[in-house]
Design a protein around this ligand. Structure first.
Ligand code: B16
Ligand code: MG
Length: 217
């Protein structure tokens, strides 16, 4: 039986994806690199350095290491400036009720975000105390689609991976969940997340029963 549910953050519990987009767009504009929402879609679930590499590749640009690091710091400053406006109102509808229902069913709750800002974001959303374990993206060797962060989260909750279910909005995240040996629930359409075992349009549409009965396709 399922004993733990591991949540992605950006795009699952809150809409930070929009803020990541605006930060990358501002950085790209500043350097004259072509970038738009379609290009941004490919960055979902990809870590900060991996995202910048994709943007530079897309623009046919290359920079030295010092400039690369400076650009990462700049993007993060732009992103964190947007986070200052965050409050519990930024939590997606239904998250608190879902967490309460999971807790009531004796199921542990974990967080597996690729974001190094995840701890600050859940504090701003007012849900930091709801997690049994928050995996540290900075301490993970390989990022999504590698299974590492989901495995670290299961381990941190004291559960074997096969007793956990993962919830993700990005294809890289669905792959990471499957590579960890877990059932994957996708927030999004079948077209966007063809590999997910279950699809729901938003986190608020997901019930505990649906989570507990989800099976690998
Ligand atoms: P940071 P998730 C990911 O979070 C985002 O989807 C991705 O767009 C972002 O680049 C990445 O976190 C790194 O974030 O720059 O804050 O470390 O979807 O895994 O919760
Ligand atoms: Mg995400």
């Amino acid at each position: 039986a399922v004993q733990g549910v591991i949540f992605d953050l950006d795009g699952v519990l809150t809409d930070t994806a929009e803020d990541h987009y605006h930060a990358w767009q501002a950085l790209a504009d500043q350097y004259g690199y072509a970038f738009d929402r379609a290009a941004n879609d490919r960055l979902k679930g990809v870590d900060r350095a991996g995202s910048l590499r994709l943007i530079l590749d897309g623009a046919g640009a290359s920079v030295d290491d010092a400039r690369f690091e400076a650009m990462l710091a700049e993007k993060n400053a732009l992103y964190r400036a947007r986070l200052t406006a965050y409050s519990p109102a930024n939590l997606f509808d239904g998250v608190r009720a879902l967490f309460a229902a999971l807790r009531g069913a004796g199921i542990k709750i974990g967080l597996a975000s690729a974001s190094r800002n995840a701890g600050d974001v859940v504090r701003l959303l007012g849900i930091a105390d709801q997690f049994d374990f928050i995996a540290d993206a900075g301490a993970i060797a390989a990022n999504k689609p590698a299974p590492d962060i989901f495995l670290a989260c299961a381990d941190g909750m004291g559960l074997p991976p096969e007793r956990c279910i993962g919830i993700e909005d990005a294809q890289a995240g669905i792959s990471a969940i499957h590579a960890a040996g877990m059932v994957a629930i996708g927030i999004g359409s079948e077209e966007a997340l063809p590999d997910a075992d279950v699809h729901v349009p938003a986190i608020g549409a997901l019930s505990v029963d649906q989570i507990l009965s989800a099976e690998r396709e």
